[in-house]
Design a protein around this ligand. Sequence first.
Ligand SMILES: Nc1ncnc2c1ncn2[C@@H]1O[C@H](COP(=O)(O)OP(=O)(O)OP(=O)(O)O)[C@@H](O)[C@H]1O
Ligand SMILES: [Mg+2]
Length: 200
Amino acid sequence: MFISFEGIDGSGKSTQLSLLRDVLEAKGHSVITIREPGATLLSESIREILLSNKQTITSTAELLLFSSARTQLVEMIIEPALRDGKYILCDRYVDSTTAYQGYGRQLNMEHVELCNKIATRGVMPHVTFFIDVAYEQAQQRMQFTPGSAEPDRMERSGREFFERVREGYLAIAKSDPQRFVVIDGHRNREEIHADIVAYL
Ligand SMILES: Nc1ncnc2c1ncn2[C@@H]1O[C@H](COP(=O)(O)OP(=O)(O)OP(=O)(O)O)[C@@H](O)[C@H]1O
Ligand SMILES: [Mg+2]
């Protein structure tokens, strides 16, 4: 089973992913956790390029880099894990591209969808949890993260960008309500976790 977590930066995705992993593992399931972009050698190298503040990256180059990192991950890790009947918990997946590059960067949506189609090879999550949190609250959470470094290139995009991203996620929820589950993220970790477990 393939489960992805979505939300703006600092919304609580990684926190919820790890709480769910603990529950599944305690039940004896075999669980693979991955982050996007990342998990394979190539995808982690692309992640470094994408998050580094050292250079300007055009929006289209950004779209293609995220897509390259994703397709490598799909073919090398997700498809084999699905064949083995494992649980795959993915910290961001294709909806991030629709929300960030489509709605946030306002790229041509047909191009974004085509890239998504190519990159995923048609592999979609069975369920996606969107942790919906307002920009201010997500910012606050990131500031209080112990040892949190300087904001990365994506995190520097500013309020208007993240408000468009959030709207993008809500639009996906409308267009794909069977898969895409909106979770109210303005609550404590345990309440959010309980909702996710109850849904599953
Ligand atoms: N429900 C919550 N209430 C308050 N704080 C939370 C909640 N969930 C997570 N946090 C805290 O907020 C911070 C951001 O959470 P987390 O790292 O899980 O978010 P994220 O969506 O994975 O962020 P990023 O996109 O930067 O990876 C962490 O310090 C985490 O402990
Ligand atoms: Mg995270």
